[in-house]
Design a protein around this ligand. Structure first.
Ligand code: DGL
Length: 271
């Protein structure tokens, strides 16, 4: 992570994800840091990220970070586990603004929660990276971690298919497999998955699931505060919403987490 210019507090914080998932982080950020100016980029053109190669994911992250560089952000929040797992390490020193990856920012707090057996539901690319297990074991070498990929869950959220019985069958299948491991807690290691809590809690107590969004936003807040980066201005903050495709679908499926009050601007970032 790089240092920042302390005079730029009113510059915006940029967020990105493949779609609406990152709004589970964005909405908490807006509540906890309501004075910050914010930008959100939903890369729906490349959705889902979970089945992409590392090379592709690095290229998507670079395009979005280059865009945010032009927008003069003071920080970028990678509100996407897949990009944090596959792209962050490669691009982290290429920009002179702060970059916050969700997995690496939350691992310490989760690892120190006295959990013996921890489940992780995530995308295929996140599971393939092994980054969750690696980061958690850094802070708690004894923790037992089981990662399970749920390849259909992002599409279930982005297509609004959570009302279909086939979605319920798919969710139960992965949950049954996870419960055989007898985890004390299960991380929802993809920012889309908290949308599925109402379905998951049909089969398991809600308390077992960890949505890292709140831990993540607290981490960002403390870090920005320590660095003197918080916006303390009294002007009404602005937000800008961008997508690389399908603005209508984005607005429609965002609703559970965040009411989009403006027509998102479409920017394909050179595709
Ligand atoms: N929401 C993202 C994540 O946290 C990406 C999901 C996807 O597009 O596959 O992993």
């Amino acid at each position: 992570m790089n240092t920042v210019n302390h005079n730029l507090n009113s510059y915006p914080v940029g967020f990105f994800d493949s779609g609406v998932g990152g709004l589970s982080v964005y909405s908490k950020f807006k509540k906890i840091l309501p004075l910050e100016n914010t930008l959100y980029f939903g890369d729906l053109y490349h959705l889902p990220y979970g089945n992409k190669t590392q090379q592709e994911l690095v290229s998507y992250a670079r395009s979005i970070l280059d865009f945010y560089k032009e927008k003069q952000v003071k920080a970028v929040v990678i509100a996407c586990n897949t990009s944090s797992a596959q792209a962050y390490d490669i691009i982290k020193n290429e920009y002179d603004f702060r970059i916050y990856p969700i997995i690496q920012s939350c691992a310490k707090v989760i690892a120190l929660q006295n959990i013996e057996k921890l489940g992780v539901f995530a995308t295929q690319a996140t599971v393939n990276s092994g980054v969750y297990t690696k980061e958690l074991k850094k802070y708690n070498p004894a923790i037992q971690v089981k990662e399970i990929a749920c390849p259909n869950w992002v599409n279930i959220v982005e297509s609004g298919a959570y009302k279909n019985s086939s979605a319920l069958v798919d969710i139960k299948k992965h949950l049954d497999e996870m419960l055989e491991f007898k985890p004390n807690k299960i991380i929802l290691g993809c920012t889309h998955y908290p949308y599925l809590i109402p379905l998951l809690e049909k089969f398991a107590a809600q308390e077992i699931f960890i949505d890292p969004a709140e831990i993540f936003v607290e981490y960002i807040k403390n870090d920005m505060k320590t660095l003197g980066m918080l916006n303390l201005g009294d002007r009404k903050p602005y937000e800008e919403i961008y997508v690389s495709a399908n603005p209508e679908s984005f607005v429609e499926h965002a609703k559970i987490f965040y009411e989009i009050t403006q027509q998102p601007k479409v920017n394909k970032l050179g595709e």
